[in-house]
Design a binder for this molecule. Structure first.
Ligand code: AMP
Length: 451
């Protein structure tokens, strides 16, 4: 397939020729018709697959020249580096198109950006916080946005931008096309899609289910966190064999918990990366692991995406990934450059169905190893493993749903006041036929005269 097979236009063809790009990447050819058709799209693709052009080519193809100043395309990305990079890519593609693109991000002077926005623009590329600030200040009007692109959603949610995304959704026009790209599938991403997307079409470059031939996979059935930890301790004591070990967990809290425990067992040998750590901390951790100062690195799926480290002796899946693709990404961190790599998967009873999904993606079973008898089976459970115990009926405690009962709203009939206008005289006249009030001067006067 070449770009000529996509229904582009001359300015875009010319820009692509200048760039020397001939063939669309798989995500580009697959996403093109979906984005062009106006449907919501969820693209699963990593950086380097050409995902920026995958959404920009159809958007630019259909963006008509306009004199209006409010932007029509909004692209949200998690970091300022990505704002700069995406703006740069759009500018390359728009070389022969007359459109106005602006990148905005936090940590810089907002007034300069306000002035730039006031000049008028077609496409705005932004980090969520700064975009919201500009919208609230009313300098930036979002009422004309027709297309919303959220790039690297997994990172965005992992960095805690969910709330800001909600705020932005609230002020965007309801009729719009949503386009989203994520490198990894996570529960948070899945929830967001279900809440805000209308029948999105999923475009995914099939993750190869075929593991590299030089990766040796094995697995253990382990009942709980602390038994996993005991097993891990026994394995990691073999320093010659487990020389550079990448340990994956699904979420930040688990990463911290595991790191703290490993730090006690193997002081000074371990580091951790997840999105609550500062970028400097993360970079330092990766560097120390790469240089061999630290033998063990604990990482979450999202943060380990960009890791490019050679000679990883073992990848340990401390938990079993819910999305089988994540397992493929994890194990691909070892067995690089034709070196032999080892992977170990630890699964509890609850994780068995995820393990089966992984095996069916790979169309092979992972060799199971019995836990050695020397490993202590712990009965202690961590918070997430304990069943939630329901409290028995407690009459003192207020009902949690906080719904006042119907009696609160419906007053008894005798207490219901119905305003018919007028005053109490209506009631009096009904009862006594004639008005009888002490102040009826005329009545008194008449009676006096007769006397
Ligand atoms: P991205 O995944 O969007 O970060 O893109 C990765 C790199 O691939 C960028 O430098 C793009 O300029 C480049 N690229 C995008 N599409 C193509 C293509 N069809 N052929 C060659 N390079 C491309």
């Amino acid at each position: 397939m070449t770009f000529r097979d996509l229904n582009l236009n001359t300015p875009l063809y010319n820009a692509l020729d200048d760039l020397g790009f001939e063939q669309p990447t798989p995500i580009q050819s697959e996403a093109f018709s979906v984005v062009a058709s106006g449907k919501d799209l969820v693209g699963i693709a990593q950086t380097g697959t050409g995902k920026t052009f995958a959404y920009m080519l159809p958007i630019l193809r259909n963006l008509k020249f306009s004199k209006q100043d409010n932007p029509r395309v909004l692209i949200l990305v998690p970091t300022r580096e990505l704002v700069v990079q995406v703006v740069n890519e759009i500018e390359k593609l728009s070389k022969y198109i007359n459109n106005r693109v602006l990148g905005v991000y936090g940590g810089t002077n907002i007034n300069t950006q306000k002035q730039a926005v006031a000049q008028g623009l077609d496409i705005i590329v932004a980090t969520p916080g700064r975009l919201y600030d500009l919208a609230v200040s009313r300098v930036l009007q979002l009422k004309s946005i027709q297309k919303l692109v959220i790039d690297e959603v997994d990172v965005m949610l992992d960095l805690g931008f969910r709330h800001q995304l909600m705020n932005i959704f609230d002020i965007l026009p309801e009729r719009r096309q949503n386009i989203m790209f994520s490198a990894t599938m996570t529960n948070e991403v899945d929830t967001l899609i279900k809440e805000f997307f209308i029948n999105p079409q999923k475009v995914q470059i099939a993750v190869s289910g075929t593991p590299l031939h030089n990766i040796n996979q094995s697995r253990y059935n382990v009942p709980n966190f602390y038994t996993k930890l005991n097993l891990l301790e026994a394995l990691l004591k073999n320093r010659d064999n487990f020389s550079r070990v990448l340990i994956f967990v699904a979420y930040k809290k688990m990463a911290d918990r595991l790191f703290e425990n490993l730090e006690e067992l193997f002081p000074g040998e371990c580091c951790v990366i997840h999105s609550n750590k500062t970028q400097n901390y993360r970079l330092r951790s990766i560097e120390q692991f790469r240089e061999g100062q630290h033998r063990l690195l604990v990482a979450t799926d999202v943060m380990a995406r960009g890791l490019d480290i050679d000679d990883v002796s073992h990848v340990i899946n401390f938990d079993t990934p819910e999305y089988p693709e994540n397992y493929m990404h994890r194990i691909g961190r070892t067995g690089r450059a034709e070196k032999q790599g080892q992977t170990i998967l630890l699964s509890t009873e609850k994780e068995q169905s995820s393990r089966e999904d992984i095996e069916s993606l790979m169309q092979m079973a992972i060799d199971v190893i019995e836990i050695p008898e020397t490993i202590e089976i712990s009965t202690e459970l961590i918070e997430e493993e304990r069943d939630i115990i329901k409290e028995r009926h407690n009459p003192i405690k207020r009902r949690t749903d906080d719904e006042p009962g119907p009696a609160f709203h419906e007053k008894k009939e005798k207490n219901q006041k119905i305003n018919l206008g007028g005053s109490y005289r209506r009631e009096v006249s009904k009862k006594y036929k004639k008005p009888k009030t002490r102040g009826d001067k005329n009545y008194n006067r008449k009676n006096k005269r007769r006397k």
